[in-house]
Design a protein around this ligand. Structure first.
Ligand code: PLP
Length: 404
């Protein structure tokens, strides 16, 4: 973790006043990633599609980045598409496959779950409401897990795709994706997983795993924002949503951001090389955080959300009875902690959490979601500081809670 101590000082100056516990939203860029990217702004700035020497240099680097990611996933380079973010990868996977199936007359039915990130769920709803696709949205249990039996029962002869996230951003629950992928494959449909949260803490062997499409977002694992990765199994066809010069094998037009692709590859390589070390560090902090926060607040007023064990190693989430997650975040911020109410996209949204509703929590709990996601540079002292602050923060927010 020594490199991150340096990164902290160099990049994350906020750390001096604030403790960052929102790595599920985004992460600092690792210094080795920054270093790897710089030459592609200063020296090798050619367009990777250009045939001249400058273009070839950029093109070689782009293909090297693609190969690095493919090797780490046990995939082939032609199965890796660079996109602009995790959301775009999800959109391309779900919309691209469904549109292609319609063109080929291969079916009209999509299965997903009610706790997907909006990048999948809103895409599914748009396909249903604007384009007349049939969409089944599966429920989850009290831990936020989708039952493999429910997937089996929902599969139909015209099912094209099952899209189920590897792990939920708000409550950290990991899904039985291998089991569900196998059921889907046995049925002859395709399986997509949104692995934006789980990408860097899971070892992938896509040559063996029953996964046809997989979305990743490097900014969740110490890479840059502005680049996403989509794995598309060889032979899986999709209609591109971004048409133009036909880059990325016609799947995503537009000049590829070589520096970010190189950064994505470097970040993923570091994440996979340091996976055991990082997971051990995160798990130690997470378990300490969960135990400490639960002990610091009256048991009537707080509960852990998501699965107690089948959860992301860096993820701790809670619901606080009768409180507003937004008020808690404001007071945590004033106390020097950067956290989240579940997903960065939802910050500022006072509505009850659809995820907390989906896991069956009553209305006294569903506005009070809180998420802490630890990272490589966090220490036990950071977590102890949070645990010490929590009772004070809850007491400050309680008077504003009304009858909630
Ligand atoms: C599970 C999940 N999917 C998709 C996304 C979207 O990724 P991006 O913000 O890179 O578009 C996020 C972002 O937090 C996420 O947590």
């Amino acid at each position: 973790m020594a490199a991150f101590t340096h990164a902290q000082a160099a990049i994350c100056k906020m750390k001096q006043t604030h403790i960052y516990l929102d790595h599920g939203a985004s992460t600092p860029v690792h210094p080795q990633v920054v270093e790897a990217m710089i030459p592609f702004w200063t020296d090798f700035y050619g367009n990777p599609s250009s045939a001249h020497a400058h273009g070839r240099d950029a093109g070689f680097a782009l293909e090297e980045a693609r190969r690095t990611i493919a090797d780490l996933l046990h995939a082939q380079p032609n199965e890796i598409v660079f996109t602009g973010c995790g959301s775009e990868s999800d959109n391309l996977a779900v919309r691209g496959v469904m549109w292609d199936a319609r063109l080929q007359g291969r079916g009209n039915h999509l299965i997903t779950s009610c706790i997907e990130h909006e990048a999948v769920l809103e895409t599914a709803v748009q396909l249903r409401d604007l384009f007349d696709f049939n969409v089944t949205i599966l429920p989850v249990d009290g831990y936020g897990r989708v039952s493999p039996d429910a997937v089996r029962a929902a599969l139909r002869p015209d099912t094209v795709l099952v899209s189920l996230m590897a792990a939920n951003n708000e409550i950290g629950t990991m899904q039985p994706i291998l089991e569900i992928g196998a059921i889907t494959r046995q049925h002859g449909a395709l399986f997509h997983t949104d692995a934006v949260q789980a990408g860097a803490t899971t070892r992938w062997n896509l040559a063996q795993m029953p996964i046809d499409l997989l979305s990743l977002a490097p900014h969740k694992f110490y890479g840059p924002k502005g680049v996403g990765i989509l794995y598309v199994r060889d032979g899986v066809r999709l209609v591109s949503a971004l048409t133009g010069g036909g880059q990325e094998d016609g799947r995503r037009s537009g000049t590829v951001n070589v520096a970010f692709a190189v950064g994505a590859a470097q970040a993923f390589q570091l994440a996979q090389a340091q996976l055991d070390e990082r997971v051990a560090h995160y798990t130690r902090l997470r378990d300490h955080l969960i135990a400490g926060v639960l002990a610091a607040i009256s048991a009537d007023d707080i509960r852990l959300t998501g699965h107690p064990t089948e959860r992301l190693p860096h993820h701790a989430s809670f619901a606080l009875r009768g409180l507003s997650g937004n008020d808690l975040l404001i007071h945590l911020d004033m106390a020097g902690f950067s956290a989240s109410s579940g997903s960065a996209c939802k910050t500022g949204n006072p509505k009850p959490s659809a995820i907390l509703q989906a896991i069956g929590l009553g209305e006294e709990w569903t506005t009070g979601g809180l998420r802490f996601t630890v990272g490589a540079q966090n220490t036990l002292a950071d977590v102890d500081a949070l645990i010490a602050a929590m009772p004070r923060v809850v007491a400050q927010v309680r008077p504003f809670s009304g009858d909630r």
